[in-house]
Design a protein around this ligand. Sequence first.
Ligand SMILES: Nc1nc2c(ncn2[C@@H]2O[C@H](COP(=O)(O)OP(=O)(O)OP(=O)(O)O)[C@@H](O)[C@H]2O)c(=O)[nH]1
Ligand SMILES: [Mg+2]
Length: 320
Amino acid sequence: MGLFDFFKKKETAPEAQEALDKGLEKTKEGFLSKITKAVAGKSTVDDDVLDNLEEVLVTSDVGVTTTLKIIDRIQARVAKDKYLSTSELNHLLRDEIQLLLAENNSNDFRNFEYGDYKPYVIMVVGVNGVGKTTTIGKLAYKLKAEGLKVVLGAADTFRAAAVEQIKLWGERVGVRVVAQAMGSDPASVAFDTLQSAVANKEDVVIIDTAGRLHNKIGLMNELGKIKNVMQKLIPNAPHEILLVLDGSTGQNAFEQCKQFTDATDVNALAITKLDGTAKGGVVIGISDQFKIPVKYIGVGEKMDDLQLFDKKDFVNSLFN
Ligand SMILES: Nc1nc2c(ncn2[C@@H]2O[C@H](COP(=O)(O)OP(=O)(O)OP(=O)(O)O)[C@@H](O)[C@H]2O)c(=O)[nH]1
Ligand SMILES: [Mg+2]
């Protein structure tokens, strides 16, 4: 069964849109005020306006590659309609960004399947402090609310506080956490977690990992080891390698995405901390440039501040 079909209906609720609008407030304010400046004193979209617009997108952390694609599209529209008014620019921009994002495969996650074996296993990766553990807690909350049995694996054994933090989330959400002492082998924690989840017929396993592996070889070895051990129990585990990126770091998030996708088979992305930043444009760039679906966005620190990413809603929210 597809795990994420569960969420679909709920997410279109007005409260979800409201929470999204609120979470993106800072990005939206920055973006729209820059656009207003970009067209000040101009009635039609001319070369100056396009230059300014390019700068707006780049400084909103959309990224150069994606910005150029968007500008090309707007330029093509202007070529057809020389007297395109600047008052139409917002709508035009919204439509073009939506079309651009619709062309890549960012919604493929709806096809993720358990395969023949339960549980569905999610391994969460990402550098230090991006919001991995928090995202795991929020995701567990969401899945549990859908009636799924969830268990968390405390495979970030690097420091005692990490184990305590995930245990706390487990208590808060009311899901089981498998942990060993600080400093123990992360692969062994992952194995224990899967083994007990199979025995208890639980639906979803989420494995936390340490974010401290700064060189690529170390990272590959560590994550490779965890994967191998899990595959002894469940041949196609982990079904999902979820890379968490901190949206407030702008271009760094792009860089981390490159590094992690080189080092391991990341097949889903979560972009966090969008509530505290004006750099939310990063979501547009990342979902355009990486052929990996952005699955979740974090818009706050609370349990229910994780949303399924919907490209259309996201862009609408920026322009509404
Ligand atoms: N405002 C806001 N804060 C967030 C969000 N997600 C996480 N945080 C905060 O970011 C900080 C770091 O989050 P963690 O979940 O501990 O990050 P981590 O990746 O597990 O960090 P390490 O275990 O040290 O690698 C915490 O203070 C979280 O509350 C979000 O979407 N919005
Ligand atoms: Mg953590």
